[in-house]
Design a protein around this ligand. Structure first.
Ligand code: ADP
Length: 400
């Protein structure tokens, strides 16, 4: 009977899941899927490792399937479809670990309490991330659960990179730069040594460009600086998030437009970025396919902001040796990579167009001072690795 690790990534209206065989040296994907449309007309689908559909179900809108029922359904599905496997642990993506959690943590009631206290720092994500953890702790208190954080990897940054220039009384409340997409950057850092030129790189700049986008400077396999700050709305413009914004704009919205916190939250998280600037779509593919001048400008702004932030992060590492593209846009859009590489030419990036069109992995010329790469990210595998490591460590501790 093989051991299975289930990885859950719970958002406001969906739970994505991946199940891994925990036996091999590297956890191996067994099946994956999601429940979408929670609290509405929910839809479940699951595929095996080869992408073949192995399960599908829809619920009427009045069924109002919530996080708890969806978590139960995924558990039941696993039991019925993988009877030959034994579920040994569940790993969860948790957006915020605050300053306390610098690595993945075994879930206990005290850990849940500590994570709950961080909800004001990530009100749109943290409660949803915690929902399946609570459900499983109630239903299966014997089943080890591990919380894996988007912030933890960045806790290695120097103190100055994590601080805002605010009075200490405010900093003490936890107002600091946390950085996000940490599981993606940690995964990329873990595979760099597999590429000889990258393994030897002193400083690598990683561009995670997806619906959410950010940059992270890596040195010695650790995060040195990142574009996201107190929240995941900072830094680059994204699908619907504005990125960097002068706080004076927020004051203007309050004073002049009389907007309250919730209205501003909606504006900067859901109505801005590529969607807000183009007025057309948050989806990069749609914008690249459009002839509309607003779509073009949204893409121009996206690339321009990446170029500027790239320079800022390269300054933090006093130059870079490599530039890595990852996530939806970074992995799939040769055009955006080409434009970003052009913006980084002054740093020594010399793009090889044919390699870029072919998707890499190396997309820079042999003589390029700074090499450029496409490396697919795998946050779920990172969670599975952490989950297995924490559970094994716990087993050793319990046996001692
Ligand atoms: P998330 O941050 O939700 O995980 P992804 O990493 O999947 O998102 O990235 C989604 C983005 O990637 C969308 O803007 C989508 O248009 C873009 N994308 C995916 N494939 C391509 C492509 N071939 N060309 C341009 N953009 C792409």
């Amino acid at each position: 009977m093989a051991d299975l690790i289930l990885v859950l990534n719970a958002g406001s209206s969906s739970i994505k899941f991946r199940a891994f065989d925990a036996g091999p040296a590297e956890p191996e994907l067994v099946l994956h899927g999601q429940v979408e449309g929670l609290y509405n007309a929910a839809k479940f689908s699951a595929k095996d490792a080869d992408g073949a559909l192995i399960g599908e179900r829809r619920w009427e809108a009045d069924a109002a399937l919530g996080h708890q029922e969806a978590t139960d359904y995924i558990g039941d599905f696993l039991r019925s479809h993988r009877a030959e496997h034994r579920l040994v642990a569940v790993g969860h993506r948790v957006v915020h670990g605050g300053v306390q959690f610098t690595e993945a943590a075994l879930v206990t009631p005290a850990v849940i309490e500590a994570l709950d206290r961080l909800t004001p720092l990530a009100p749109l994500h943290q409660p949803h991330n915690l929902a399946p953890i609570r459900t499983l702790l109630d239903a299966r208190p014997d089943l080890p659960q591990v919380a894996c954080f988007d912030t933890a990897f960045h806790r290695a940054q120097p103190e100055v990179a994590q601080a805002y220039a605010l009075p200490d009384s405010i900093t003490r409340l936890g107002v600091r730069r946390y950085g996000f997409h940490g599981l993606s950057y940690e995964y990329i850092a873990s595979v760099l040594p597999a590429y000889p030129e990258l393994g030897a790189a002193r400083a690598t700049l990683v561009a995670h460009l997806g619906n959410g986008s950010s940059l992270c400077a890596l040195a010695g396999g650790k995060s040195v600086a990142s574009t996201m700050g107190f929240t995941a709305v900072d830094g680059l413009p994204m699908g619907t998030r504005c990125g960097n914004l002068d706080p004076g704009v927020v004051l203007f919205l309050i004073d002049y437009l009389k907007m309250d916190a919730r209205a501003i939250e909606d504006l900067i998280y859901k109505q801005s970025g590529l969607l807000g600037v183009s007025g057309i779509s948050s989806d990069m593919r749609t914008l690249l396919d459009s002839d509309d001048a607003r779509a073009r400008f949204a893409v121009d702004l996206f690339v321009y902001r990446i170029g500027r932030e790239l320079g800022s992060l390269a300054a933090a590492t006093e130059g870079i040796d490599a530039l890595v593209f990852t996530a939806g846009i970074g992995e799939h859009s040769a055009l955006i990579r080409e434009r970003v590489c052009r913006a980084a030419r002054w740093l020594g990036v010399d793009l090889e167009p044919a390699a870029n069109a072919a998707g890499g992995p190396r997309i820079s010329t042999a003589g390029s001072k700074v090499s450029a790469w496409v490396i697919p990210t795998n946050e779920e595998l990172m969670i599975a690795r952490h989950t297995r490591a924490v559970v094994r460590k716990e087993a050793v501790r319990a046996a001692a």
